[in-house]
Design a protein around this ligand. Structure first.
Ligand SMILES: Cc1cc2nc3c(=O)[nH]c(=O)nc-3n(C[C@H](O)[C@H](O)[C@H](O)COP(=O)(O)OP(=O)(O)OC[C@H]3O[C@@H](n4cnc5c(N)ncnc54)[C@H](O)[C@@H]3O)c2cc1C
Ligand code: SF4
Length: 330
């Protein structure tokens, strides 16, 4: 590990200035990814770490139409908030199915949205080449062992998974990210925040290096909406998703008036299944609809031998999530 300077920021503008001033600097939130990548994996070596956990960016505030979550709010604090539990139940489910309680007490809402891939070739330079870690060197996962990898939004240059659970319901809900830069604050839909790898897997989102996420604004589900987050994984706890589905529907007399669908565990970005949502509008809530919707949700997958099973598993995960959310109404 290389020595680094630790800066405890007390004001967002000061934090942005500290990162702007040093081209190697990085933000430190809960540190559950950042510290691993520096100390355990040794693939990041910022000379300055700007700690943002003491900024006045903590807390959950409910308005009539949305819930605002400060960037430094931990996953556990967010899950424990009554407004999140009552008005955004599948957000709470996604939070509580992520990591462990110890990690959730450290990891923040913004850090979770920016969490880095678990791809072993990215984290361990001794096992293979990685375009994300070192652009232009190749992607060992495409021709090597791959399982916890993406089948949607992937390219031959990178099949790294975005593994955040929280980000799945957040993209389904049209969440807005608030970002502070050197010239002020901008707001960006979370669906436009993430970038698929294409030819530049090292560029994961639209954040400029010095920009700081200050919070997210999550529009509320309509009154009477039902929602669920289903996570399929190799073991029952403390494990990343093989596949997941975040689903919300408004149901009227057995017909779906409005549906939101996002997938996790299968894509390079938290995956909003727009085509599936279109098919849900006005459709009867029955098995035939759900099978067709699941087929539409996983189109043109990019698979390698180790990930081919995910096509069917992702569809079945979505069917089960839809069945769960409509309950006895189907
Ligand atoms: C063993 C293990 C298992 C896990 N399992 C799961 C799981 O099943 N599901 C799940 O969803 N998560 C899981 N996590 C948590 C997840 O992978 C991340 O570690 C965590 O969410 C990161 O949050 P953090 O606050 O610790 O971020 P940090 O590690 O501090 O930062 C992560 C990145 O985000 C940047 N960043 C942080 N905050 C901001 C901000 N406000 N503005 C701009 N950039 C920022 C940092 O610079 C860094 O690049 C797991 C983690 C571990 C270690
Ligand atoms: S999948 Fe992406 S992160 Fe993994 S080795 Fe390939 S380029 Fe690197």
């Amino acid at each position: 590990m290389r020595p680094f300077e630790y800066v405890l920021a007390t004001d967002p503008a000061e934090a942005v200035a500290a990162v702007t001033a040093d081209p190697t600097a990085a933000y430190l939130a809960g540190g559950t990814t950042q510290v691993d990548l520096m100390l355990k994996d040794g693939i990041l070596s910022p000379e300055r770490l700007v700690d943002i956990t003491r900024l006045p960016l903590k807390g959950v505030t409910a308005t009539g139409t949305a819930i605002r979550v400060g960037a430094a709010t931990t996953m556990e604090e967010m899950a424990a908030d009554p407004a999140v539990a009552q008005r955004l139940p599948f957000v709470r489910e996604a939070l509580l199915l992520g990591a462990s309680v110890q990690l959730r007490n450290m990891a923040t809402s913004a850090g979770t949205c920016c969490s880095r891939t678990r791809c072993r070739y990215f984290r361990d330079p001794t096992v293979g080449a990685c375009n994300k870690r070192q652009p232009g060197t190749g992607c060992a996962a495409v021709n090597g062992a791959a399982r916890m990898h993406a089948i949607l939004g992937a390219s031959a240059n990178c099949i790294a998974l975005h593994a955040s659970d929280l980000a799945v319901p957040l993209v389904a809900l049209d969440t807005i990210v608030e970002i502070q830069g050197t010239t002020g604050i901008r707001s960006v839909p979370l669906t436009e925040f993430y970038l698929e790898p294409g030819d530049t897997p090292d560029v994961e989102n639209i954040l400029r290096r010095e920009e700081l996420i200050t919070g997210v604004e999550i529009p509320l589900l309509p009154e009477g909406a039902r929602s669920t987050y289903l996570k399929v994984r190799d073991r029952a706890s403390y494990e990343f998703a093989l596949t997941s589905a975040g689903v919300a529907v408004v149901l009227e007399n057995g017909v779906i008036r409005e549906g939101r669908v996002a997938l996790g565990g299968v894509a390079t970005v938290p995956w909003r299944a727009w085509a599936a949502e279109e098919m849900l509008q006005g459709a009867p809530a029955n098995a035939q609809t759900f099978l067709a919707v699941a087929e539409a949700a996983v189109q043109d997958p990019f698979t390698v031998p180790g990930t081919a099973f995910k096509v069917d598993l992702a569809r079945r995960t979505l069917v089960r999530a839809l069945q769960t959310v409509v309950g006895g109404a189907a």
